[in-house]
Design a protein around this ligand. Structure first.
Ligand code: CA
Length: 303
């Protein structure tokens, strides 16, 4: 994986830009503009930001051919959190300079995350520097994103019950999508039209019905003011989805909320459950706090 955003806690000079560590060039010579380097500081870090959640199998790190001790006690973290700049995520390994080889490989055994951090926690100021990082893995789930007007919406191609989807999106992205305007529905339509992986007929969104009544609400807290429910909707469900079927009916201008509807709540057929298991979704929900949403559909997420 290369050419993805990367950052470091500071930069020593143009010779040591963060992107030099993923430029595809493992040249260990500092003066050849192939190595990254922070300034002299305590607790320096470098971070690679992947375009989605990946299961990382292994990571290769190439040290410089001089100042090699600076790679000692460097920790590698993988996860989805940016708390403490990502340095609080689960740790894959602690590495040290390998006297026998400038490039070393650590196994991460499928740890999942969007952020790969290299971090040295020492209180003694020094530079964090290396010349190439190669990350090997595969997407945790197929996904597609679209960004317009500062809003990013992702559709993820795996199947979970609504409550698991909510937790997944909050952990891996930002939140399960709450549609705050007609442009969100248009973005979903565009994503659905361009999807390169199979979709189920409905997509989970952050729409929830009060267990005690018929009122619906967005998980984001945005006002719930549309009334254009899809004909044939089954209002017995506690969880909301939006159709992935074409063609769509355009929303009337007075509501502007589109074709949102609560999904039918019949259990998926056995064939679909097997399919879900085959692509990694659990057969049972991990969460049981929110009952009544155990059907598995694809989901959309937003941040
Ligand atoms: Ca390099």
């Amino acid at each position: 994986m290369t050419s993805y955003p990367n950052r470091q806690s500071s930069t020593y000079s143009n010779l040591g830009k963060a992107e030099h560590a993923i430029d595809g060039n493992s040249d260990p010579e500092w003066k050849h503009y192939s190595c990254s380097s922070t300034a002299y500081e305590t607790k320096p870090w470098w971070r690679l930001e992947l375009p989605g959640v990946y299961r990382v199998s292994e990571i290769q790190v190439t040290n410089r051919n001089a100042k090699r001790k600076r790679l000692n006690s460097v920790e590698i973290f993988i996860g989805n959190s940016l708390v403490n700049n990502g340095n609080d995520n689960p740790r894959c390994a602690i590495i040290n300079d390998d006297p026998g080889c400038l490039t070393q490989t650590v196994k991460c055994w499928g740890m999942a995350g969007r952020f790969i951090n290299l971090y040295r926690s020492f209180d003694v100021a020094d530079a964090l520097t290396f010349c190439e990082v190669k990350v090997y893995g595969e997407p945790a789930a197929p996904s597609m994103s679209i960004q317009k007007m500062g809003r990013n919406i992702t559709i993820v191609g795996t199947r979970l019950c609504w409550s698991d989807a909510l937790l997944y999106c909050r952990d891996s992205h930002w939140d399960l999508l709450s549609l705050i305007g007609p442009e969100d529905q248009e973005m979903i339509d565009e994503l659905v039209a361009r999807a390169t992986f199979p979709l189920t007929s409905q997509l989970w969104v952050g729409l929830r019905r009060s267990p005690s009544g018929s009122s619906w609400f967005w998980m984001s807290g945005d006002p719930m003011d549309f009334t254009r429910w899809d004909e044939g909707s089954h209002h017995s469900s506690l969880c909301g989805g939006t159709s992935s079927q074409m063609p769509y009916f355009p929303p009337p201008p007075d509501t502007g909320r589109g074709h949102i509807r609560p999904p039918t709540h019949s259990p998926p057929p056995e064939r679909e459950r097997k399919s879900a298991t085959a692509i990694g979704a659990p057969r049972l929900c991990k969460t049981r706090k929110l009952k009544g949403c155990n059907a598995r559909y694809h989901r959309v997420s937003s941040r």
